[in-house]
Ligand binder design. Sequence first.
Ligand code: AMP
Length: 197
Amino acid sequence: MNTSTTDTSARRLLIVGPPGAGKGTQAVRIAEQLSIPAISTGDIFRANVSGQTELGVLAKSYMDSGEYVPDSVTNDMVRSRLAEDDAQGGFLLDGYPRTLDQVEALDSMLSELETSLDAVLLLVVETEEVVGRLVERGKEQGRSDDTEETIRKRLDVYAEQTAPLIDVYEKRGLVRRVDGMASIDEVTAALREALAG
Ligand code: AMP
């Protein structure tokens, strides 16, 4: 397989999957290989929480309870991030969109930029397994939303509000499913293959 950065034209991408599926880890790897920015809304919110910005103060209460930050706030944040220079040649969005309202907002942002999505990468994992992964991450990284109670809440919110998005993108023929339970390297390789295929 050709692994150069020019072997695929798919450069406007989403990575989707439940909390703990490994989206962040894989997004960074894939984005680096494609020379596009990995844009994680969770990371942007966390940076704002650390910096105690107005956005951070607002986001923190939602994040700590495992709820989604309101769509209007999240959509505005993504709109300005996608307008930055480094995103003009492509991007890998990690953790956005997460609601149907966000899907619509992203559609209009992309049509304003006269572009559209190339593919939606879906990491398929077993729920009970990811709870264990997240509890471990909470201990290692001290993430305040990685307690078992908040993890279960986040999984419920994902099932209720985000899982339905898969159907929407499926109907558009964009979804590429990858087994997220394999090793990190194997998942990266499978994602690359899914993009090339
Ligand atoms: P993540 O790092 O992607 O798991 O996101 C951590 C938390 O940030 C989520 O549980 C939400 O509270 C918030 N968040 C991240 N992305 C979004 C989004 N697209 N919409 C609403 N809230 C989000």
